[in-house]
Design a protein around this ligand. Structure first.
Ligand code: ZN
Length: 117
């Protein structure tokens, strides 16, 4: 597998769908389904989605960054304990994921501004 290989649109869509299918609600921990997500905006390799939990009615945002040269992003809302447990979680990365960073944010504000920080 070459890290130089660019992702085409179908690859990106497939990765995003795979990724969000493994996400869980931050509030109640119930798994999301694809139809719980709405694509709000997409830049080249950054997709911003809104998620709505049908279990607890919580709304949050998911930011997915697909960058081949991405550095590891420590930004997370996990506690150190949860980070320690993360190794036991179902891995998102397989041989089909190069670098996808997901940020779950209770985000209210200017998305353009957020990405230019
Ligand atoms: Zn929920």
């Amino acid at each position: 597998m070459s890290a130089e290989l660019p992702l085409d649109e179908n690859d990106k869509r497939r990765l995003v769908l795979k990724l969000i299918s493994q996400l869980r609600c931050l509030e109640c921990g119930q798994p999301f389904e694809r139809q719980n997500f709405t694509l709000l905006h997409r830049w080249d390799d950054v997709w911003l989605l809104s998620s709505h939990c049908r279990h607890c009615d919580e709304t949050s945002h998911v930011i997915i960054m697909m960058r081949l040269d991405a550095e590891p992003v420590p930004t997370t809302d996990l506690t150190p304990d949860e980070m320690g447990n993360a190794e036991d979680w179902t891995p998102i990365t397989a041989d089909d994921v190069l670098d996808i960073h997901t940020l779950l944010e209770e985000f209210e504000g200017d998305f353009e501004e957020f990405f230019t920080l």
